[in-house]
Design a protein around this ligand. Structure first.
Ligand code: C2O
Ligand code: CU
Ligand code: CU
Length: 464
């Protein structure tokens, strides 16, 4: 087993001045897309499943022939998956075997403050912590990642991420593609040096020029000529994805951050900022056996050479397979939108000095920026005050609804379901509404371009 390197030691740290890996020299689509490993509980009862995860360094082969030192949950750089069922608790003992403090946050989870993994709720190297997730919320594709303030950006970039797929009867009743035809895909960018080591610098998004799917560069996936469900998570620190098929054809989006949409939505592109998720169904039955098509990222954001960051994953279409799956016209009913008790305005700004601000203030531990009465419903108008540079917005504890984008009501499409993260292009304003119930306590809201949160673009709400 690989031991943990001491901070500043050569192993796993890019040597100062080492050249970047020449990603244009990589041969694409030579390795299959790895299936994300599904973790098994140590104990299972009718009411709870118990896990133990060790946060540790290891090496993995992101590009063929090079060993990259990474930070992982249980040795898995491609995010490992925890499957959970509504109504049965998940209890995870997290053991920190890294050399930095961590805090594990369940992104999109409705959990009490004590298990939320807030930025100051640190678990020191050598210590452990048990997080309990009640799983009382509806089905959703959640994920978990480090949140230790100032360290999270680097630790997440080096790999400390996992998926948390919570299901319920509403989802299971639907005749959607399942089993081998339901494939989670975690997409992110990275920057490697010529020795294969991760090059990390805060907010250097435009230099992160290699795209990974399930932890490897340029994989392929052999698919049968039938429908597949792909659960896509953007685990990039900064990069917004715009996913398209190379033949420009459409697919069906059926879900977003907080589970299924009310109605499916046909589209040829999918925009996902850091931390956002989407469920899509692609029907490969329309292609002849032997067809190859590529899932591409169409937007270089931040800009980079398109041929390097454009290609993500190649689909290799094989023979037809039986397909009894179907996308119903109605997927679920969303909770009603009560009239808000109050409204709030929130402004995100990256200052010229590289300090991230919410309403003019950088994050400070213990300062409460928003007092929210328990059980109340609020409408937040969130504005990206930068005229260049994107942000997004994420709030802990709740799933919200995007009710307006730039003055236009959002009633259908990719943002019409339950959300916990919403993108904000330069100058944009979105209005989101949530009901703050369930648990009292202090929770953060922040830009989920995670380097920006580390730079201060985060604030605290007190629900009480
Ligand atoms: Cu995914 Cu507060 O974060
Ligand atoms: Cu979160
Ligand atoms: Cu931001």
């Amino acid at each position: 087993e690989a031991g943990a390197a001491a901070p500043g030691e050569a192993a796993g740290e890019a040597a100062a001045g080492a050249a970047d890996l020449d990603v244009s020299a990589l041969v694409k689509f030579t390795r299959p897309l790895p299936a994300l490993p599904v973790l098994s509980p140590r104990r299972r009862t009718a009411r709870a499943e118990t896990y133990e995860l060790r946060q540790r360094e290891t090496e993995c082969e992101i590009v063929p022939g090079l060993k990259t030192r990474v930070r992982t949950f249980d040795g898995c750089f491609a995010p490992p998956v925890i499957k959970a069922v509504r109504g049965r608790r998940t209890v995870i003992r997290q053991v920190n075997e890294l050399t930095v403090p961590t805090s594990v946050h369940l992104h999109g989870g409705h959990v009490p403050e004590s298990s939320d993994g807030g930025p100051m709720d640190l678990v020191q190297p050598g210590a452990s912590r048990t997080y309990t997730y009640p799983n009382e919320q509806a089905h959703a594709n959640l994920w978990f990642h480090d949140h230790a303030h100032h360290q999270e950006s680097e630790t997440v970039f080096r790999g400390l991420t996992g998926l948390y797929l919570l299901t319920d009867e509403t989802e299971q009743r639907l005749p959607l593609p399942s089993g081998a035809y339901d494939v989670p895909i975690a997409i992110r960018d990275i920057r490697l040096d010529e020795a294969g080591q991760i090059v990390y610098a805060m907010n250097d998004g435009k230099d992160r020029n290699l795209m990974l799917a399930n932890g490897v560069a340029y994989p392929y996936l052999a698919v049968a000529a039938r429908k597949y469900r792909f659960r896509i998570v953007n685990t990039s620190n900064l990069r917004t994805l715009d996913l398209r098929l190379s033949d420009g054809s459409s697919y069906v989006q059926i879900g977003s951050d907080g589970g299924l949409l009310a109605k499916p939505f046909t589209t040829a592109s999918l925009t996902l900022s850091s931390g956002e998720r989407a469920d899509i169904v692609v029907d490969f039955a329309r292609y002849a056996a032997g067809t190859r098509l590529v899932l591409k990222n169409a937007v270089a954001s931040p800009p980079g050479p398109e041929d390097q960051i454009g290609d993500l994953l190649e689909f290799r279409v094989g023979e037809r397979a039986e397909d009894r799956s179907r996308i119903p016209d109605t997927l679920r009913s969303l909770p009603p939108l009560p009239a808000p008790d109050r409204t709030r305005e929130i402004e995100l700004l990256m200052g010229a000095d590289g300090i991230g601000l919410i309403d003019g203030k950088a994050y400070e531990e213990g300062r409460v920026d928003a007092e929210i009465p328990f059980g109340s419903t609020e409408l937040w108008s969130i504005r990206n005050a930068n005229d260049r540079g994107s942000h997004n917005f994420h709030v802990h504890l709740v799933q919200f609804r995007v009710v307006e984008r730039n003055g236009q009501p959002v009633t259908a499409g990719p943002e019409s379901g339950l959300k916990d993260t919403v993108r904000l292009a330069p100058g944009e304003t979105v209005k989101v509404q949530a009901t703050f119930g369930g648990y009292r306590g202090d929770f953060v809201y922040h830009c989920h371009m995670i380097d920006h949160a580390a730079m201060g673009m985060m604030a605290t709400m007190r629900v009480g």
